[in-house]
Design a protein around this ligand. Sequence first.
Ligand code: IPE
Ligand code: IPE
Ligand code: MG
Length: 250
Amino acid sequence: MEEDMTENISKILSEIDTENLPVHIGIIMDGNGRWAKQRGLPRHLGHQEGMKKVVQIVEACNEIEINNLTLYAFSTENWKRPSIEVEALMNLLVVFVRKELQRLHENNVKIKILGDISKLPEVPLREVHRAVELTSDNSGMTLNIALNYGGRQEITKAVIDILTDVNKGNINIDGIDEKTISEYLYTKGQPDPDLIIRPSGELRLSNFLIYQAAYSEFWFSDVLWPDFNANHLYRAIVDYQKRNRRFGGI
Ligand code: IPE
Ligand code: IPE
Ligand code: MG
């Protein structure tokens, strides 16, 4: 896992088997605060540096034609942070959309949001809606941004929505199966993540895609998100391709 990540990008690219790509990659963008702390900087500058990595990684995924990328940007638990940090993160979201939306759109990226964005402040909410609407007809990679996202919140919402539909007679209890549950999640219609990447040295999901990750492969690294680059991404994919996915079989 801790190989030299300065290796040549074309060398790693040549190691990727294009016939066996993960269809859906999830990334828990963690370590911004520690990156800033290491440099004696305020945490928000770590988030700012981390934000710069988003477009780079989206383009690195686009380059090799990954179909779905989910980036964990803000969890349902992140509201616990000091309000000044939450405000800085919301502000960065606005900066991100204003700065990068056009470029993502030109790359034919379709932006979707996973999470309860109704809780977002007005300006970030408006910018997020603009990003989703502008790119809704794009046919390239789907970029899911998990924003005020929590896997438990998502499942709770699915249960409520299913019960509501049962009550209305729209669906029948006998017809509910695992596929039904998937159809009531924010990732409706999308494949489950094949590969979940978490930088920053933490070895946990932190409420990320807990239903969808049932058979995901995990790739962890001590690198902090602001230092994460395309080499790390491609290394994770090469490592993923060496895994033996059995899905309970032999
Ligand atoms: C990830 O970086 C960004 C968000 C959770 C929004 P952190 O802010 O969690 O960074 P660390 O974990 O404190 O280093
Ligand atoms: C997970 O990181 C959430 C995001 C990256 C958006 P956290 O930093 O919030 O997770 P914990 O608190 O270390 O589990
Ligand atoms: Mg963290």
